[in-house]
Design a protein around this ligand. Structure first.
Ligand code: XMP
Length: 333
């Protein structure tokens, strides 16, 4: 609509005025905020923007491919993809404490991003070198970082809106979404041509599958979890509630699969299996401070369970988490 078109035109002018002919780096996670910030800045300054996408090895299935297809393929934005999965998994080896895992992932993320940013700042290959760091900070983040906050609230945004990073890198800060609420960011994203499936995604934690694999993280576990989770999400998108006129993906606030590093006995054909267990988690909430487990249709649970057990070799049991928050949290770690 014209209101949004006017808003975009104004935001684009503002970015152009602020950046001039300088270059900008942005950490792209595939989440809503960084994606919309990238699309908006790209609309304003095109090739003067370079997006850095770090794969920490704990992303969902096809996440990297989706982000690169979208930004490099469709928007023709400059994107540097860094596969740091071995480095992350190496540092996480033997670590099972949830907060310790978060710390390591956060710290490594900053390391990898800093190294890329320093490279882009130095310029070369037709680039003069970046002088700006763009972040997808939105209005609620601005408020949150001003007031009292819980330990988790601090880590929540720690990956891509890293406090102090611009100063450390000697880069100026560009935050074009600072005045917007989440629903406005989503509308802006759609108006900029991002697919609604991307803009209306459930939130995904910075540490990714790292907090959805209980205890020690292993590549084998992450690979199994990625496959199982992709099936769950696909079926949530397939199942519609006709009365509500929505899919179960849109009827839930957050839904995902958790990997339990325990084995249980099963049977397959004439044989006995001894394989891993996963838990499905789906919640409805307005603020993520409290949440109810979602009353998913049995037909959906049945389909997901039989697909995971039949299609993901290594998992022979699927459970559904019927705990609300509080006292349980949404994530299992
Ligand atoms: P809990 O599990 O505390 O989660 O009920 C509340 C919301 O916060 C997200 N979450 C995180 N997001 N880094 C993030 O970026 C984290 O370390 C983290 N831990 C929890 C969680 O996915 C849910 O949306």
């Amino acid at each position: 609509d014209w209101v949004m078109a006017d808003y975009i035109a104004e935001a684009v002018e503002k970015i152009r005025a602020q950046v001039g002919d300088e270059e900008v780096i942005l950490g792209l996670s595939g989440g809503v905020d960084s994606s919309v910030a990238a699309a908006l800045i790209h609309r304003a300054i095109g090739d003067q923007l370079t997006c850095v996408f770090v794969d920490h090895g704990l992303l969902r299935k096809d996440e990297g491919k989706m982000v690169i297809d979208m930004f490099a393929g469709k928007l023709h934005a400059n994107i540097v993809a860094v596969d740091a999965s071995e480095q992350f998994l190496g540092h996480l080896q033997g670590v099972s404490d949830p907060e310790q895992k978060r710390k390591i992932i956060g710290r490594e993320f900053v390391e990898v991003f800093k190294a890329e940013a320093a490279r882009l700042k130095a310029g070369g290959q037709g680039h003069q070198g970046a002088t700006f760091l763009a972040q997808g900070t939105i209005y609620p983040d601005v408020i949150e970082s001003g007031g009292a906050k819980s330990k988790k609230a601090v880590t929540i945004k720690s990956h891509h809106n890293v406090g102090g990073l611009p100063e450390q890198l000697g880069l100026k800060l560009l935050e074009p979404l600072r005045e917007l609420f989440k629903d406005e960011v989503r509308e802006l994203g759609v108006a900029l041509g991002l697919p609604p499936e991307m803009v209306y995604r459930h939130p995904f934690p910075g540490p990714g599958l790292g907090v959805r694999i209980l205890g020690e993280i292993k590549k084998e576990y992450a690979d199994l979890l990625r496959e199982a989770d992709a099936i769950f999400i696909e079926e949530l998108r397939n199942f519609r509630d006709e009365a509500a006129g929505k899919t179960w993906y849109d009827l839930t606030s957050q839904a995902f699969t958790v990997f339990l590093p325990v084995k249980s006995v099963g049977v397959m054909g004439d044989g006995r299996t001894y394989e891993y267990v996963v838990a499905l988690r789906a919640v409805q909430t307005s603020d993520f401070m409290t949440a109810d487990w979602a009353e998913l249709p049995y037909a959906l649970l049945k389909k997901v369970s039989s697909r995971i057990i039949n299609e993901v070799r290594g998992i022979n049991r699927v459970t559904y988490d019927v705990s609300s928050k509080p006292p349980a949290t949404i994530e299992w770690e």
